[in-house]
Design a protein around this ligand. Structure first.
Ligand code: ADP
Length: 263
């Protein structure tokens, strides 16, 4: 579904807007959001990432863009281009903090104003996809994000969970949230789903397996795949490496690229 080209706003030439949600922190939401963006780029798409995780902006580090700066132009903020080809652009609160370790200690109205600015005042130009990384849970910030994006008709949300029941239970609440705010669910990703031993190839289900898939089946939403735990992925996110280009043999590669194909 294309974003509505309304009154020449900054999202008018963004063709698809996808939100990435999770019930809990630490389940790999930002990792999956980043990898979806990189996989779409690998497929030849022009992609923007909007990091509205105001209290935990991790995407600048994941894309090795920590020291970059945001500039102003007539149309608003110019997003940071993270690659030389200018196929991935990023906007994050991380670029607006004086020091990387500064904490955002804001009450709701200030956070909501920032989200509105992020949605309306970033000069993205033409994009095939805008991936929106949200904070964990369902908070005021989610309602503000969905409300601000609604005029542009977002295609929906990808929900990220780990396999165990305690995380899956939180994703149920995300499903209810999406229903309440009228946001279509594109599908569920089960992340950290097993660990494949690099020497013997045996898979150990460290956080159990299948919870996300079962929830997708019960809820009648698409299941987008199981992404295994992969130390190369952890390190790539830590040091801002382009995981999909550098580690095509890695066990997480097939799932990540097939999620992007589904989208
Ligand atoms: P969230 O956004 O849900 O808080 P992150 O994306 O920041 O979670 O991920 C938390 C940590 O787990 C990061 O260090 C990240 O690199 C790591 N991680 C996420 N998914 C995987 C995976 N499939 N394999 C290995 N490490 C992962």
């Amino acid at each position: 579904m294309a974003a509505a080209a309304q009154d020449g706003g900054n999202l008018a030439n963004v063709h698809h807007i996808l939100l990435v949600l999770s019930g809990k922190g630490g389940v790999g939401k930002s990792t999956i959001a980043t990898q979806i963006a990189l996989a779409l780029r690998l497929a030849g798409k022009k992609v923007g990432i909007l990091d509205v995780d105001l209290c935990g902006p991790s995407i600048p580090r994941m894309l090795n863009a920590m020291n970059k700066e945001v500039h102003q132009c007539d149309g608003g903020w110019v997003p940071v281009y993270v690659d030389q080809e200018k196929t991935i652009s990023l906007m994050s609160i991380g670029f607006l903090l004086e020091k990387p370790d500064d904490a955002v200690v804001w009450r709701g109205p200030k956070k909501n104003a920032m989200i509105n600015q992020f949605v309306n005042d970033v000069a993205w130009g033409e994009l095939d996809f805008l991936i929106v990384d949200t904070p964990p849970g369902t908070s005021d910030e989610h309602i503000s994000t969905v409300n601000a994006l609604q005029p542009y008709n977002p295609m929906g949300a990808v929900l990220v969970t780990t396999p165990q029941a305690v995380a899956v239970g939180d994703v149920r609440r995300e499903l209810t949230f999406c229903k309440k705010v009228g946001l279509p669910v594109v599908g569920i990703v089960e992340n950290m789903s097993g660990f494949v031993c690099p020497t013997c190839s045996e898979c150990t289900n460290i956080f159990s397996k299948g919870g996300g898939e079962e929830l997708a089946r019960h809820s009648g939403v698409p299941f987008l795949g199981c992404v295994p735990l992969d130390p190369q992925l952890t390190l790539s996110m830590e040091y801002g490496k382009d995981f999909l280009r550098e580690f095509p043999q890695s066990p997480a590669y097939p799932a990540l690229t097939s999620i992007a194909r589904f989208i």
